[in-house]
Design a protein around this ligand. Sequence first.
Ligand SMILES: CC(C)CCC[C@@H](C)[C@H]1CC[C@H]2[C@@H]3[C@@H](O)C=C4C[C@@H](O)CC[C@]4(C)[C@H]3CC[C@]12C
Length: 414
Amino acid sequence: MSEPTPNPQAASTSWTSFIKSIASFNGDLSSLTAPPFILSYTSLTEFSSYWAEHPSVFAAPAKETDPAKRALLVLKWFLTTLKQQYASRSERDGNEKKPLNPFLGELFLGKWEDEAGTTELISEQVSHHPPATAYSIINVPTNVRLQGYNAQKASFSKTINIKQLGHAVLTVPNPSRPGEDETYLITLPSLHVEGLIMGAPFIELDSASYITSSSGFTAKIDYSGRGWFGGKKNVFTATLFPTGKEKDVLYNCSGQWTKAFDIYSGSVKSNSSKTLIETWDPTNIALTKLIVAPVEQQHPLESRRAWANVAAGIKKYDMDYVASEKAKIEKAQRAMRKLEKEEGRDWERRYFTALAAPDPVLTALAPNVGISTNGDAEKTGGVWRFDSAKAEKVKGQELSEEEKTQLAKVLLGQ
Ligand SMILES: CC(C)CCC[C@@H](C)[C@H]1CC[C@H]2[C@@H]3[C@@H](O)C=C4C[C@@H](O)CC[C@]4(C)[C@H]3CC[C@]12C
């Protein structure tokens, strides 16, 4: 990633007052009023797609018969997603932007088609207060599947610091034992915003995150930003070890999550015994583009359709239009919540269900990596799991044009 250049807009009064407002903000990211040049026309529901923009790397563990190597392939896939998750927008636009805050029930649906076959994405805003997004990604030929949910808790100390709540679960069919699945519990890194003063914000990852598996392996990924390891940004080291034996490193990886990284067998410290297995360099590897239905064919709750007017306004920097289009959605959503309350019911999530009982994956694996077995449920509206029965029910439920118009009116005020 090239060094961010100071943005001429950083000298504007709107940026100065934005910076001042951040210093006293209450932790609610949605309440930040950012100047137009820092507003994105993409909703957070779209961010779930960053997990699988290399579908063949996502599906690769299903073809590996050695359990330790399988765990390494899971770690490799996770590391390859970081650049997409946290740096792709600032690389594309020159700086990070403030995404659109999804409304309850918002959907982002798509699929990837490539040499890995079809990989399907479902992302849904499952909670509004607190805001939480859930996702399911399935590589159809291998049945490797990821599900998870996340919310963010922000605070201010020198800059915007964000703790991610929630987790992801990757399920890999064991190729040596047909019918048996392996599960990997994945924790999410904390992050902070850099470059604020220069008007060119970008993301740096903090501390550590983990992947721990039902097959008995754990990976620890340590993140460090500029100021460490010769002043490079986005630096990480990762080790893979049998769970509970952190010193018995089987594989280790190091490099920059935005640039190239190396994967070695052996321990980090014993240089003599470590062997380079692979170098991952994202500059040489193409991403597979997500296929999303044309807006006019989408369900009214699909993100790009629902936000189309707001997005058009942001692109033109027409903030009055943006405000009035956003207000329509907010008003309709408030009315819907009021109605639900009066009728004593909850908004029916289309693809996900909040677990009523303790989750077996969290119960078994969360203690390995020191996270709560309740999955941050009180701060994410629940422990959200993909509900295949719901997904089956909505499959092929085509809405007529009239039904779409009616729904858009009632749910989005459009
Ligand atoms: C840019 C700044 C001035 C305003 C603050 C924007 C803030 C709400 C944005 C900035 C970065 C966003 C992160 C993003 O880096 C990546 C992810 C990973 C994804 O899987 C889940 C969402 C998350 C954590 C974004 C949340 C919103 C952030 C913090």
